[in-house]
Design a protein. Structure first.
Length: 427
């Protein structure tokens, strides 16, 4: 039996134990289960948990992004040091519609490699983006750990992965060896792949950085964008006019107050517009920007009250925009309980579901906002404990990945995965 098969057997066994445990708890306690008490009094179930699994080995494993396939399966990327090569290795897993592991694999080299975004290409293959220290970007090759060559600074990472078994078709890295680049977001077209993140050139020099690669993983162009402040991109979406919008933040050096930053470019990397959205009471960071059915945009932000310490009382904040990035409405939602929103998705009724993290409860929460910006409800996912990092939709429901604890190297953690549907009977 191969090492990968051994790992899969261990993960499936651990997952089966976890599933029995959580569904036993769910079945026993469903009559008086206490859901999110922040907004629901008495408790009402707005989220129905359909499946829950954890995957992992004896080290640190987490899922950072998830997408759905045309066949109804799910693909997760993230990071692991339970298996693989170096300090962190890009984690790859395919899960079927019932939540069972189909395959598990990894990508990267002997450095610190992290998968941060994943998408299905038009040809049915899997595209993964993130950042790596395992590549010599000048030579375009992995660094041999026996060569004595030092590990490079962080660079963008991009890989094409085969859907049947998770094997790599190719891997690439992009950036400037003099600087640090980290990729967080991914968008695809029929003839290219786009990765967005940031380039760090010093304490007061940080720009949005975007790379366009062709279908073979070779660089077409690499460009920096932004203001005179510290700028980062954390999300990217392809728009209905076949251009691209990135969302993130801009922040003056020496201050904790950020502003929501939106940038639109065309496939040639030409800037079409730039929008900076502020709030007098909050510092804003865009974690997720997506297109809406009317051709506009909506962004889920973390809002930090200007009167508090960093991260102590962050709240959900949503900005709905026209196609040109100007505001339709914007609103903060401290009543949601979400401190760090990770994904926003337009629902079938024209409203929005936001998945994010409730720090004090150490659990992911789901919030519903209607099309006009009115808060509707917030709920947990049947008692799931962990750190939610990404959500995707499929016909009839939603799927989330993340980590069983905060994803770091201080507490052992596994990849967390659950499927849920919105329960409309309580509205």
């Amino acid at each position: 039996m191969s090492k990968r098969q051994n790992c899969q057997s261990l993960k499936v066994a651990l997952s089966a134990f976890t599933v029995v445990a959580i569904f036993s708890l769910f079945a026993i306690g469903c009559d008086d289960y206490s859901h999110n008490s922040i907004t629901n009094t008495p408790p009402a179930n707005y989220v129905t948990l359909l499946a829950y699994r954890t995957f992992g080995g004896l080290g640190y494993d987490w899922g950072a992004a998830i997408t759905t396939t045309a066949e109804g399966d799910y693909v997760i990327t993230g990071s692991t040091n339970s298996n693989g090569y170096g300090d962190n290795t890009v984690y790859l897993a395919k899960v079927n519609s019932s939540g069972s592991l189909v395959w598990y694999n990894w990508a990267g080299g002997w450095g610190d490699d992290n998968g941060m975004a994943v998408a299905m290409a038009p040809d049915g293959n899997i595209i993964v983006a993130g950042y790596t220290t395992s590549y010599d970007v000048i030579e375009g090759t992995k660094i041999d750990p026996n060569s004595g060559k030092p590990v490079d600074d962080y660079s963008f990472f991009l890989a094409k992965v085969l859907p049947d078994d998770g094997e790599k078709a190719w891997e690439s890295a992009f950036g400037d060896t003099a600087y640090v680049e980290r990729g967080y977001a991914l968008a695809l077209s029929s003839d290219a792949y786009y990765v967005a993140g940031y380039q760090h050139r010093g304490e007061s020099l940080e720009d949005v950085y975007i790379v366009k690669a062709d279908l073979n993983g070779d660089s077409v162009w690499q460009k920096a964008f932004g203001t005179d402040n510290l700028d980062r991109a954390l999300s990217m979406v392809r728009t209905t006019d076949d251009n691209f919008v990135v969302g993130g933040y801009t922040k003056p050096t020496g201050t904790n107050k950020s502003s929501a930053y939106l940038l639109k470019i065309n496939p040639d990397g030409d800037q079409l517009w730039e929008r900076i959205h502020t709030d007098s009471d909050y510092g804003l960071t865009v974690y997720s920007v997506v297109g809406t059915s009317d051709g506009g945009l909506v962004a889920a932000c973390a809002a930090m009250p200007v009167s508090t310490e960093v991260g102590t009382s962050n709240a959900l904040y949503v900005i709905r925009m026209h196609a040109d990035g100007t505001v339709v409405w914007k609103q903060g939602y401290p009543q949601s309980g979400i401190n760090e929103p990770r994904t926003i998705i337009e629902s079938a009724d024209g409203g929005f579901l936001v998945m994010g993290q409730y720090y004090a409860g150490h659990k992911p929460l789901i919030a519903k906002i209607d099309a006009e910006g009115k808060f509707v409800w917030s709920d947990d996912a049947g008692g799931v404990v962990g750190y939610g990092m990404s959500m995707a939709s499929f016909p009839g429901g939603y799927v989330v990945t993340g980590s069983t604890t905060y994803p770091n190297h201080e507490i052992l953690n596994d990849v967390m995965f659950f499927i849920f549907e919105e329960d409309l009977t309580n509205l």
